[in-house]
Design a protein around this ligand. Structure first.
Ligand SMILES: Cc1cc2nc3c(=O)[nH]c(=O)nc-3n(C[C@H](O)[C@H](O)[C@H](O)COP(=O)(O)O)c2cc1C
Length: 191
């Protein structure tokens, strides 16, 4: 059987969302049977038809002023013709966002990605991980410590991207990627 093609499509102004995108990629690769590509959203604005080569999409944007970044929105808007053709219908999709505050209106960013994917007729995959702090794991180490099921959230500090995240957020990003790839294996057949 051909490996599933999975695209992690992200924008990152200052490297933090890119760092999480790489963790998501590593997690998805752990499934062992998907080809997982990292793609900058800006590179797809001029060639949105490239999306048709993939079985599943994981979308990532920083939260800027309570929504996706302008670059990420430009990528979304470039898919209008694919929307008219419903060319991506039935493919799997998920979303993640990074911001500096614990809440920071990240939910609004995920909601925008979800609506985009629903308009394209995609199938949304969430982040089914119980917050580990409830079972005694230290908060900074805990998977899904920020308590987001509709997509992945990560909180960035102001240091360099590699030093900005709690270990729990890195762990969650890998689990999120793995869950997506496993779900793609089970149910991901384009219509
Ligand atoms: C224009 C702008 C708007 C921002 N708005 C928010 C916000 O609404 N909520 C928040 O928690 N952080 C906000 N931040 C902080 C970023 O989300 C945070 O620095 C994030 O790590 C940036 O990701 P990046 O390095 O991938 O660009 C904002 C940053 C910028 C530059």
């Amino acid at each position: 059987m051909n490996p599933k093609q999975l695209a992690v499509i992200y924008h990152s102004g200052h490297g933090h969302t890119e760092h999480i995108a790489r963790q998501v990629q590593l997690g998805a690769q752990q499934a062992g049977d998907a080809r997982v590509e990292l793609i900058k959203a800006e590179s797809l604005i001029a060639r949105p038809d490239d999306l048709q080569a993939y079985d599943g999409f994981i979308l990532g944007s920083p939260t800027y002023l309570g929504g996706v970044s302008g670059v990420f929105k430009s990528f979304m808007d470039a898919t209008g013709r694919l929307w008219r053709q419903q060319a991506l219908k039935g493919r799997l999709a998920a979303g993640f966002t990074v911001s500096s505050l614990p809440a920071g209106d990240k939910q609004s960013t995920l909601q925008s990605m979800f609506t985009f994917c629903m308009q394209h007729g995609m199938l949304w995959v969430g982040n089914p991980i119980l917050p580990e702090q409830h079972s005694g794991v230290a908060y900074e180490e805990a998977a899904n410590r920020l308590g987001s099921w509709s997509g992945l959230m990560a909180q960035a500090g102001h240091a360099s991207p590699a030093d900005s995240f709690a270990p729990g957020d890195i762990k969650t990003a890998r689990m999120f990627g793995l869950n997506f790839a496993e779900t793609l294996r089970r149910v991901g057949q384009p219509a």
